[in-house]
Design a protein around this ligand. Structure first.
Ligand code: ADP
Ligand code: RBF
Ligand code: MG
Length: 199
């Protein structure tokens, strides 16, 4: 028998406790039957896994100010306290979806959810990168997100260059997958553009 473990305790502690397992996964989203001689899952669409969509929104706030914009990867941060239990329900990882800014439009989006192991952050955050070139910042504007698919677990990298390269790959996966059903259907969802008072 082969054993694939999905611990419910923090992975730093779990590593040692589960050393007897053949593989330790962050979540079942990462289970690949074909690695174990089983037929592959059929539900991946263009390198992404459709999920029950989650809806989140809020005003764009200042993030860690680590200058991710300098890396060419600005991430529009939401106030995580307001997301509360919604955030804790979701597995850490890299996701794709649609982003709406009420006065601007709807854009493809790729984001990380978690502690960003490369930077070892103290808080679980959502870091959405809108796949569009904006002429200016939009701090304070209401941002709406519909998260529709999963790409991969969060990872650590031996260099910043490798992290940046991987994030650009994620963006290409998101751009391509968001043109496909079921992902594409959510871009017309009113949630993305409806002003708060009118909801
Ligand atoms: P912070 O640490 O404050 O989040 P970033 O370097 O991550 O700083 O930059 C994020 C800000 O850049 C966003 O809040 C937004 O105002 C702006 N921005 C410009 N273009 C984009 C984009 N394509 N995706 C996300 N944010 C963008
Ligand atoms: N940080 C990590 O430590 N590991 C990752 O695997 C990772 N993947 C990311 C994927 C995407 C699509 C984005 C937008 C960010 C990712 N980051 C990751 C987070 C990145 O370190 C962080 O957003 C920026 O440094 C801004 O603080
Ligand atoms: Mg940011």
């Amino acid at each position: 028998m082969k054993v694939v473990a999905v611990p419910s305790i923090p992975s730093k502690i779990a590593r040692a406790l589960y050393s007897g397992a053949d593989s330790v996964l962050n979540s079942l989203l990462d289970f690949r039957p074909e690695l174990w001689g089983l037929p592959p899952f059929q539900d991946w669409v263009g390198k992404a896994l459709p999920i029950e969509p989650w809806y989140l929104g809020g005003p764009v706030i200042k993030g860690f100010g680590r200058g991710s914009k300098v890396l060419g990867i600005p991430t529009a941060n939401l106030p995580t306290a307001a997301l509360g239990s919604q955030l804790s329900q979701h597995v850490c990882g890299i996701y794709l979806g649609w982003a709406g800014l009420s006065n601007r439009g709807v854009y493809k989006m790729v984001m990380s959810v978690g502690w960003n192991p490369f930077f070892d952050n103290a808080a679980k955050t959502v870091e959405p990168w809108l796949l569009h070139d904006f002429p200016d910042d939009f701090y304070g504007e209401e941002l709406r997100l519909i998260v529709v698919g999963y790409i991969r677990p969060e990872a650590n990298f031996s260099s910043l260059e490798l992290l940046i390269e991987r994030i650009h790959e994620d963006a290409e996966i998101a751009k391509a997958a968001l043109d496909l059903l079921p992902f594409s259907s959510y871009q017309d969802d009113k949630f993305l553009t409806t002003p708060l008072a009118k909801q």
